[in-house]
Design a protein. Structure first.
Ligand code: ACO
Length: 403
């Protein structure tokens, strides 16, 4: 067994907090989160108010620049974003190198890094605020284009150019689902639903991907590289990738005859790696306020879109069973934002592999705001310590040389 106290003495005074369960990495004035009470606020505005009264682009502005935009500021912000929705034509050729089976999160993170090759001025860490702002606008403008194009590529369909007469969400939906051969009628119910979902994902203080963005940025790597790091962190099943895994789990339960209790028992079994995806959260020890909004919205959206989905019934039953089970009660495991979002995404027609990409589009303003704040406060390079548990000094003698 490892004697931690001895190792600690050898390494000097080090605070051990694996997974940073109780370690603050920064001060921040962007997002307030009270996990015990289930409160989430951005720049002082409650998530409930923002989801009800603001648009996603407004929330993006709020997170990045610190205040709600005036009408003129919002207009200027939107037209700046519109001006930059196109990506360099050579990027279309890069798409052809990806197999159709490529996961769109991998494609997206690669292409976001690639953007730095097309905008090399972004590599200078000491650029003025105007130049930094241009990169921010480019990211907000181009990521929906790259995301939609990665889907088109997976389908073998032609990529559609952005239509800058349209709003942020409309434009993305058209590039996703439109075809050059026919008129694409944008369903306002779809636009409203996606806009709300993006708001609900916009920021969440020092989560795994935002912390990654700040860590990468702390070395003065470019904003593109930092955001690409965030996308990769989000991809994992314990973070943003959970929304894909929730639907896969619900489908598995459905295919297995809908035996809820069997899966509750599996999740409780310490010898079974199975976890109830979309349940539990590092910070929330109460209802995730975003999950509450999404759950309510799920019925409304499915109704509006005229979709019947058996997995929604399974999800509701699963939630009820878990909320009444000692195991989940004692560990304060509640549904998180991912539990119901996938059901809405699927009702909207998105394929499962695109779910985490939608999360990335929503989280982008939060990542940018976190990066901007950390750069403005000249946050020191992130460099945690460790306690070494490997071999002590030994002579370099190969096995065959040893007599
Ligand atoms: N199903 C069953 N048991 C769970 C679950 C779950 N979903 N989540 C946590 N537990 C149990 C753990 O086994 C552990 O039990 P133990 O004390 O008997 O060992 C206890 O609850 C604490 O769990 P930890 O893993 O220590 O908590 P942590 O804060 O490290 O993990 C996490 C949080 C990763 C979100 C976890 O709850 C999980 O894996 N959930 C499922 C994946 C998921 O939904 N991720 C999305 C999170 S939200 C987001 O990123 C947008």
């Amino acid at each position: 067994a490892i004697d931690i106290s001895k190792l600690r003495a050898q390494s000097g005074l080090i605070t051990m907090d694996v997974g940073f369960k109780n370690t603050g990495s920064t001060t921040s004035n962007i997002t307030f989160l009270d996990g015990e009470k289930g409160i989430l606020r951005h720049r002082g505005y409650s998530i409930e108010d923002l989801a009800e009264k603001a648009s996603f682009v407004e929330v993006a502005y709020l997170l990045i620049y610190g205040h709600l935009p005036s009408t003129e500021e919002l207009d200027a912000f939107q037209s700046e974003i519109r001006r930059h929705t196109l990506v360099h034509e050579n990027i279309k050729d890069i798409f052809q190198g990806f197999p159709a089976s490529a996961h769109p999160m991998g494609v997206l993170s690669s292409l976001v890094t690639t953007l730095s090759a097309f905008h090399p001025e972004s590599l200078d860490p000491h650029r003025d605020a105007e130049a930094v702002n241009l990169t921010i606008i480019r990211l907000l403008a181009k990521i929906p284009t790259l995301a939609a194009w990665s889907y088109k590529n997976s389908q073998g369909h032609p990529q559609l150019y952005p239509d800058n007469k349209l709003g942020y969400v409309e434009n993305f939906l058209k590039m996703m689902f439109g075809l050059p051969t026919e008129e694409y009628n944008i369903d306002p119910a779809l636009v409203e639903a996606l806009d709300k979902l993006l708001i609900l994902h916009a920021d969440h203080e020092q989560n795994c991907s935002a912390a990654t963005v700040r860590v990468v940025g702390s070395s003065e790597a470019s904003l593109y590289a930092s955001i690409s790091g965030g996308i990769n962190a989000l991809w994992g099943g314990l973070h943003g990738g959970a929304n894909q895994k929730v639907i896969e789990m619900l489908e598995m339960i459905k295919a297995d005859g809908g035996d809820i209790q069997k899966y509750i028992d599996k999740a409780k079994d310490p010898n079974d790696p199975f976890r109830l995806m979309g349940f539990g959260h590092r910070v929330y020890k109460n209802f995730d306020p975003r999950a509450k909004i999404i759950k309510k919205y799920c019925d409304v959206v499915l109704d509006k879109l005229g979709v019947q989905d058996q997995t929604l019934d399974i999800a509701k039953k699963l939630e009820e069973a878990a909320l009444n089970d000692e195991y989940f009660i004692n560990r304060k495991l509640f549904p998180n934002v991912d539990f119901y979002s996938g059901i809405i995404y699927r009702a909207m027609g998105f394929p499962v592999e695109m779910f985490t990409v939608l999360f990335a589009i929503g989280r982008l303003p939060g990542w940018i705001a976190q990066w901007k704040e950390s750069r403005e406060m000249k946050q020191a390079i992130s460099r945690p310590r460790q306690i070494y548990t490997g071999p002590a000094l030994r002579p370099l003698v190969r096995e065959e040389e040893a007599v």
